[in-house]
Design a protein around this ligand. Structure first.
Ligand code: FAD
Length: 503
């Protein structure tokens, strides 16, 4: 008799889950396990909303597993410490899991593989978090360097051939019925109130789990025209309802298979002549994800500036007060403060809103390191995803991938383009809700009488601007220019990345 543990980490789903499928097909008893690793259950690192999203996801997974005659076993503790006893206690001979390419996971999994070997447990890993197995990009590139930009990456992606089809969903016909002696009340999914996190004030705007993920995807797929025409730059950063899919939290945790979404999109594109194309289409978005995952997997020290071969070395300042003001919506720029409020209270913000606040914190206004900004995003985002977050922070700070530092987002003009009356600001900063449209993006310009009438005096009820954008953004462009020149002088590797102003 084969007894298997399927170890859920990401890939929190029954569909397109090759590692779970293998366990279900080869073993007569399967223990689907999730480990609540203290590395993650830490309110300083992982915000309350994402932790709640994870617990909801586990609850949904447990319900679905019960629906096919199994259940989820939630185990508290460090995997390297807990596995030996689980292997022994449950007489396990097979361990399956989805490959994870993040640095913490790579180290953890190597350790667990060694432990499994010592315990005589066979390990089977399957790559199913990305469109292709990330190792294939390196193998295909061979001796050539891996692409550092999207265009060449697309060529490499195309050279790998078709994206693998999804494997069959694990159903009641495949999954062995749970015959373990573990009492039903043991290893259950904890509720938020038994964790170090406070209870939620409101239900999550985006509920966790595979069920919610598939429902959300179907909702979008039903809008065939919208899918076919979707172009990211044409969506709005500050609409009151999201203008993009908000599938990112589900893709991050693997409640939704990126391959499933990719193939579903392909079906719609096939029937829609003239559909949008990468980089701006929805396929294009999944390919950005794939590109950044490949970079995260292959670039050493990817999440920091020092020692990272693709990252510009920029002498950022380190000012805890400025960082805190940005994080806590106290910059005095309503567009920036509203976005950061949405981030902290809802856990998701639009891509271009991320652009605006990331540019503001780094090269645009506050000249703080992108690494500090990435840590804040990593805490609050439901979709916080190590490779994607890191890459985008490098992009926005002009540290890698994008180098046109003379193109800077205005914290005033940018938001006005899609929301001239400031409805978004009024929603997230209600203290400003009575301001006339004319001053909603720049309340400090309103005459005192207008401020008093609106019931919000700048400097008293809402902060004065923390910096003068017009001045600091110019100064910062000079600083960036100097940083680029200093790096170019020390290396001959960057000529291709030197920014050229558009004529
Ligand atoms: P859609 O536009 O509907 O796109 C569909 C999917 O494509 C997304 O769910 C996501 O998986 C992927 N995708 C879209 N845009 C990007 C992109 N630029 N890079 C990589 N993948 C993309 N995305 C994360 O998933 N996790 C993060 O931690 C994260 N941090 C970011 C930090 C900064 C500073 C910036 C500028 C962007 C960041 N992004 C991150 C990328 C992007 O903003 C989000 O993926 C997107 O806004 C999620 O919303 P959506 O699901 O509606 O996206």
């Amino acid at each position: 008799m084969t007894t298997a543990i399927h170890w859920f980490r990401k890939g929190l789903r029954l569909h397109d889950n090759p590692a779970l499928l293998q366990a279900a097909k080869e073993a007569q008893q399967v223990y689907p396990v999730f480990m609540l690793d203290p590395h993650f259950a830490n309110p300083a690192k992982v915000g309350q909303l994402r932790y709640a999203f994870l617990l909801e996801t586990l609850s949904d997974l447990d319900t679905q597993l019960k629906g096919i005659g199994s259940r989820l076993y939630v185990v508290q503790g460090n995997p390297a410490e807990r596995f030996p006893e689980l292997f022994r206690e449950w007489s396990v001979s097979l361990l399956t899991f989805e490959t994870d390419t993040e640095p913490y996971a790579k180290k953890r999994d190597q350790e667990v593989c060694k432990i499994a070997e010592t315990c005589g447990v066979t390990v089977a890993q399957h790559a199913s978090h990305t469109l292709h197995n990330l190792d294939r990009y390196e193998a295909k590139a061979g001796a050539s360097p891996l692409p550092k930009s999207y265009g060449p990456f697309l060529k490499l992606f195309d050279s790998l051939g078709a994206v693998p089809q999804c494997v069959e969903t694990v159903t009641v016909d495949i999954m062995p019925q749970d015959g373990s002696a573990v009492p039903a009340g043991e290893h259950t999914v904890p509720s938020l109130d038994t964790t170090p996190y406070p209870p939620l004030a409101n239900p999550l705007l985006y509920p966790g789990g595979e069920t919610a993920a598939l429902a959300r995807m179907q909702l979008h797929l039903a809008r065939k025209q919208w899918i076919a025409k979707f172009e990211k730059p044409k969506t709005s950063p500050n609409s009151l309802e999201p203008s993009t899919t908000v599938l990112s939290p589900y893709l991050k945790f693997g409640c939704l298979s990126s391959r499933l979404f990719y193939h579903k999109l392909a079906e719609i594109y096939k029937a829609s002549p003239g559909h949008a194309k990468p980089p701006v289409s929805l396929h294009g978005q999944l390919l950005w994800r794939e590109f950044f995952y490949m970079c995260g997997h292959t670039v050493p020290h990817f999440d920091r500036m020092e020692g990272n071969p693709i990252c510009r070395q920029v002498p950022w300042d380190s000012n805890a007060q400025l960082l805190a003001a940005w994080e806590e919506s106290r910059t005095g720029y309503p567009f920036i403060d509203a976005i950061m409020t949405q981030l902290r209270t809802e856990g998701w913000i639009h891509h271009l809103a991320r652009h605006a606040v990331a540019c503001f914190l780094t090269r645009g206004d506050l000249w703080q390191s992108w690494e500090a900004g990435a840590v804040v995003f990593d805490k609050y985002l439901l979709d916080a995803d190590w490779s994607v977050n890191t890459a985008n922070w490098m992009w926005l700070s002009c540290s890698s991938f994008f180098y046109q530092y003379f193109r800077c987002y205005s914290p005033v003009a940018f938001g006005k383009k899609t929301d001239p009356t400031g409805a978004y600001i009024r929603k997230y900063l209600p203290q400003l809700k009575n301001y006339p449209d004319k001053y909603i993006y720049e309340p400090w310009l309103a005459p005192k009488a207008v401020q008093e009438k609106a019931g919000c005096v700048v400097g008293c009820d809402y902060p004065k601007p923390i910096v003068d954008h017009k001045q600091v953004s110019k100064d910062n462009m000079d600083r960036m220019k100097a940083a680029y020149a200093a790096q170019a002088a020390g290396s001959d590797d960057d000529a291709a990345d030197t920014p050229k102003k558009k004529k």
